[in-house]
Design a protein around this ligand. Structure first.
Ligand code: UD1
Ligand code: UDP
Length: 361
């Protein structure tokens, strides 16, 4: 059996890493990695291959940045050629990026089976490019690996056949469990940055619908300053290039108390998350990781496709209004962190491979 693993951005590399590792060990499958090159800066791309000791992709399309249609179109034209040549039995995609949509569409049009890892997530906000990508990808997939029961319900409601849906948990749990111990042993980012456990906040923001709009981006930055002033703890902010460019473009004042740093490696980020007093974010993966790592999270959005985190109490929605952000931190900061992680036991990759071996003859 031959598996094509298509990926293109930071979170896909991280969340596919447990699947890549398990495929490497298996005697029953061969696989290759097709990287679209949607992310290409060293600290959004190669750093993860090196740190997680992943094999180099067999193909890198170097698609780079562009509008949605440019990215998806260019990816599809190139993916099609490779798939025709390689003839894999199944294509695996993970998540909700333009890479995922391009990979899934190209494959299903060639009648190659598609497996969607992290299927069934819905924010019910069609202004998010990711929501469109998720819906379309789910509807052209043959095997849908859902992380939770809620995700399965979303798919059933949309008329997707039950026999295609498999509850596996989320591979992010595998990735956290596989790497946290190594992170604590190998990394000393806290020492390097002169930070103490519980002595800082961690923040990230990069969603198009937040940071491409001046008012919302400025709201987030002002909110972070309010949090710094109230608690007198620094806010560490590894900054995504999209966010950095927009702060410059909108000529926004840099908030007091916020320490912007370049994006860090996964092991460093895990350490920062695990030891933060609280995390503020609009990232999907970070909402999950904080839940797994038992750190309170304030989500800088009006909705989330990870409602399980709200239900267990690890997360709260704060939007981008500065005062609401500060109030949300007040509500979460001393919260008991004894919630149960709803994203699985860390064996998602193993389950996914077993299902593929059984269903794809
Ligand atoms: C993409 C995904 C988003 C995911 C995020 C993970 C889509 C529609 N968006 O958003 O779902 O959460 O990745 O981080 O697929 N840039 C660089 N270096 C890079 C990549 C991008 O500097 O390696 C800059 C470019 O100026 C680019 C901008 O960041 O225009 C946005 O990049 P893009 O890949 O289009 O979207 P992301 O915001 O990264
Ligand atoms: N991450 C990282 N370094 C950073 C910021 C984030 O390694 O400086 C990791 C983080 O641990 C998570 C993933 O990147 O696994 C989240 O990616 P991102 O927020 O870009 O995308 P999303 O999850 O929103 O799609």
């Amino acid at each position: 059996m031959k598996i094509a693993i298509i990926l293109g951005t930071r979170p896909e590399i991280i969340k596919m890493s447990p699947i890549i590792r398990i495929c490497s060990k298996s005697s029953k499958v061969t696989y290759f990695i097709l990287h679209t090159g949607q992310h290409y800066s060293y600290n959004l791309d190669e750093i993860f291959f090196q740190e997680l000791e992943l094999p180099k992709p067999s193909y890198n399309l170097r698609i780079g940045s562009g509008t949605h249609a440019e990215q998806v179109g260019r990816m599809m034209i190139n993916i099609e050629k490779i798939l025709i040549n390689e003839q894999p039995d199944i294509v695996l995609v993970e998540g909700d990026t333009n890479t995922v949509l391009a990979g899934a569409l190209s494959s299903c049009k060639l009648h190659i089976k598609v497996g969607h890892v992290e299927a069934g997530l819905r924010s019910h906000d069609r202004k998010m490019p990711e929501e469109i990508n998720r819906i379309l990808t789910d509807h052209c997939s043959d095997l849908l690996f859902v992380p939770t029961k809620e995700a399965k319900k979303n798919l059933l409601k949309e008329g997707i056949e039950k026999k295609k849906i498999f509850l596996t948990g989320n591979t992010i749990v595998d990735a956290v469990y596989q790497n946290l111990k190594i992170a604590n042993k190998k990394m000393n980012i806290l020492k390097k940055m002169n930070l103490k456990k519980n002595g800082y906040f961690l923040a990230t923001a990069h969603r198009e619908e937040n940071v491409d709009f001046k008012e919302r981006l400025s709201g987030i930055l002002k909110g972070l300053e309010l949090v710094y002033k109230k608690y007198n703890l620094p806010v560490i902010f590894p900054i995504h290039p999209r966010t950095k460019q927009n702060i410059e473009k909108f000529n926004l004042n840099l908030p007091r108390g916020v320490n912007f740093i370049e994006p860090v490696s996964f092991l460093e980020f895990l350490q920062l998350e695990a030891n933060a007093k609280l995390v503020l974010t609009d990232s999907g993966g970070v909402q999950e990781e904080t839940c797994v790592l038992k750190r309170p999270c304030v989500t800088l959005r009006e909705n989330t496709e990870r409602p399980e985190t709200l239900k267990v109490g690890s997360n709260i929605l704060a939007g981008t209004d500065p005062k609401r952000i500060a109030r949300s931190v007040d509500l979460m900061i001393n919260k008991k962190t004894d919630w149960k992680n709803p994203f699985g036991k860390g064996d998602a990759a193993r389950k996914i491979l077993q299902i593929i071996e059984k269903c794809v003859a």
